[in-house]
Ligand binder design. Structure first.
Ligand code: NI
Length: 146
């Protein structure tokens, strides 16, 4: 297993009580996550998810976010404006990937790292550029506390 064993402390056991119907739904969720996951692993995933959400809610936490956008590069001045926003945030943007989807449409994935408030503000500025057809910010973590 290629787990991050160096970061994992010893496992502690605890018991969880929950209503039977909730437990049934939980077991269905475990089953949907596949054979490699058991109840304990899914509970750990859910706890980490909650901690990452909390981290994002704290505007000063250092977080990682990826913004995916789709736009038509023919739209007047759009690429220029997107570049302008990204250049002014160069210290928070770790990487950006541009894919030409077809003759007209482009997709960009912009990976950011910084204070949660700053990353949100950059994402809002990019999503606010006229001509961006679709965009979604995915909140994740530097991983250092999980
Ligand atoms: Ni393109």
């Amino acid at each position: 297993m290629l787990a991050c064993e160096h970061a994992m402390s010893e496992l502690q056991r605890f018991s969880v009580a929950m209503p039977e119907d909730l437990l049934m739904q939980f077991d269905n969720l475990v089953a949907r996550r596949g054979l490699a996951k058991n109840r304990s692993e899914v509970i750990r995933d859910l706890v980490r998810d909650a901690l990452v959400d909390e981290e994002w809610d704290d505007s000063d936490s250092e977080i990682v976010g990826t913004l995916t956008i789709v736009f038509n590069h023919h739209a007047s001045d759009l690429q220029n404006k997107l570049d302008q926003v990204q250049h002014s945030a160069h210290d928070k943007i770790i990487s950006a990937m541009h894919i030409h989807l077809d003759a007209h449409n482009c997709l960009e994935v912009i990976v950011m790292r910084g204070r949660s408030a700053d990353v949100r503000a950059i994402a809002e500025a990019i999503l606010g550029v006229k001509g961006v057809k679709h965009g979604r910010l995915t909140a994740t973590t530097t991983g250092r506390f999980l």
